[in-house]
Design a protein around this ligand. Sequence first.
Ligand code: 3H9
Length: 686
Amino acid sequence: MSRADKAVHYAIVKQFAVITVDNPPVNALSYSVRKGLAMSLEEASENDDVSGIIITCSGRTFIAGADISEIGKPPGDPDLPELLEYLDAIEKPVMAVLHGTALGGGLETALCCNYRISTPSTRFGLPEVHLGLIPGAGGTQRLPRLIGIEKALAMVTSGNPIGADEALECGLIDKITAEDPLSASIEYLEEKIKSNCSHPSIRLQENPITKYSGLDDTFNEYKKHAEKRKRGYLAPLYNIRSVEATCELPFLDGLKFERELFEELMEGDQSKAQQYLFFAERHANKVPDMTREVVDFEVQKVAVIGGGLMGAGIAMSMANAGLPVTIIESNQKSLIRCQKNIEANFQGSQKKGRLSHAQVKQRLDYIDISLNINDVSEADLIIEAVFENMELKKDIFGKIAKLAKDKVVLATNTSALDLNEIAESSGRPQDVIGLHFFSPANVMRLLEIVRAKKTDLSIIKTCMKLAKRIKKIPVLVSVCPGFVGNRILFVRQQQAMRMALQGIDIERIDRLMVEFGFPMGPFQTADLIGLDLGWEKALTNKFLLVDKFCEAGRLGQKNAKGFYDYDKNRKAKTSAESSKLIKEFARLKGINSRELTDEEILDQCLIPMINEGVKIREEGIVSRNSDIDVIYAHGFGWPAYRGGPMYYGRNLGSEKIIKKIQNYFPLDDDKTFLPSKSFEDILYGN
Ligand code: 3H9
């Protein structure tokens, strides 16, 4: 294979071999890159005129890792560990020139070089944990030897990258340069060669790390933290275990141990599901009928109408991304409350060490609160976030449509009302879109972007780009009641309530869902959301269990009593009154008690979700099954290591699911279990 026309270029500059990886978009270590690197390294090693080697990348980034689409497939020669072993053993000095992101296998490549130089904006990380993996090409053995156990543990367990200043401070890189990085690296290497120094190599620190004391506590703390914050996930614990091995094993044995753990995870179900979600998120960014010709515009100023919990959270998301935002409030009292809430929220982040004082100040400076609706006239994006009342929303859209610029996004954060009706009321339906943020909006990453019948493609494109800027994960959906996330949640809640009326303990249902991997069960969720959401005393529906709870003044966590009772720390306890209400309601409706196995309980929560997902696809509400999975993993606590409801359903198999549906269907008064018409075709489609 010729190297030149492939993904790696080779050139001689002065006495150095300059090896450039050129594999857009992110220079992933695909087979062709590994092959090209191996050939180039060999040529450079064997050429007596070459006194040093420089590895660099073209395009927007240094190597961003192994090629995820190749993971689990036969690797082809050389595989990454072999290639890096070869690189590590080269006797000539090797320098990595880093820009963009040096991630995963990319950072592992740089760790095998003697020197690392970077641009000021480069970010460095080992994000394998997000893919259900550990670094598999020496990262867990080399990184702790270079920057210390604690820092390495933080990087591999969080998967979060660090910036160049931090990398320089902890010794991960040797120099930051604001000049042309290639010229700077040539100069640096020339000096090192002239000085006759020995070139540092992590490999040479072959003994186990023994210089730190009290490490047992550190490892135990990390394990405890991972078990709590990442309950059910294997990869964080495997990462810790692999770093721990640096204290027990000589370098080469450590590499072998790391490899064994990597392969075990790679072959397991969790990593497959997490890799699937990685690509699912990227697919969600692609709108099937979007063409290159569609012109978007840049959002430079935002207005949010309504500074309640949701509006304030949305405004904070904008400020976090450096976007100036004006919140429009209706009166002075609400304005002050909104201001205080925002300040308290940012200060809370400062107390937890997530933001510095300067960062808090900067974010607060981006937020302005006004009582004058005319202030929306300068915004490129106006988001209405008032409470769910159609007449109020129509009134607001009527006003803002007249005040707004010609080129503007008119968005509503509604989660329950008909977007098409709101859009028509504006007189500019082509500019109207739904931006359905999830609470708390400054924290939750999911953003359902809701396309109304007449929404213009340029408005959709503008919002998809904005989502990326404010670090949200967008999924485009069409209009249906509850959109995608809440619609699927609703059927699960309905089934959970039905089982409670059949005499199954709510604690048992919640426990099983938590054991499945959700952060909380259906009744804990209902209490958190508030049982009175959408409830009006005058319109009490005597057929709904939650209405019975509202009538009894049990509204959920907000008044410390719902399906559970809550103490002042919001800790839930079983409630005698709640059980009584459930029993009374079951008697009233003539529902008999039944026994159910754990499997039957789980099935009756999960299978209607899959079935509803298929119905959503049938109706064309989303473009792909994976869009539903992204919504569930990022907005509704579906454990990423189980991929999402559609992925889970496909793995269970349609035959098994349809059998279960037919088995449970006769029990269901509400027809939630009515099997979707094209279940099999859709489940196994895209
Ligand atoms: C690893 O290294 C294992 C080793 O330890 C051991 C091996 C033995 N592979 O995110 P974007 C594609 S595991 C293949 O939208 P951004 C992506 O699908 C790896 N493809 O851009 C998309 O394609 P498309 C450890 C990849 O600017 C396009 O690139 N590394 C890979 O917002 C643009 O992606 C990681 O986990 C990949 N590694 O963000 C890093 N990466 O256009 C994963 C990206 O067809 N990557 N693509 O949809 C990232 O975190 C982000 O992509 C990055 C750029 C920050 C680099």
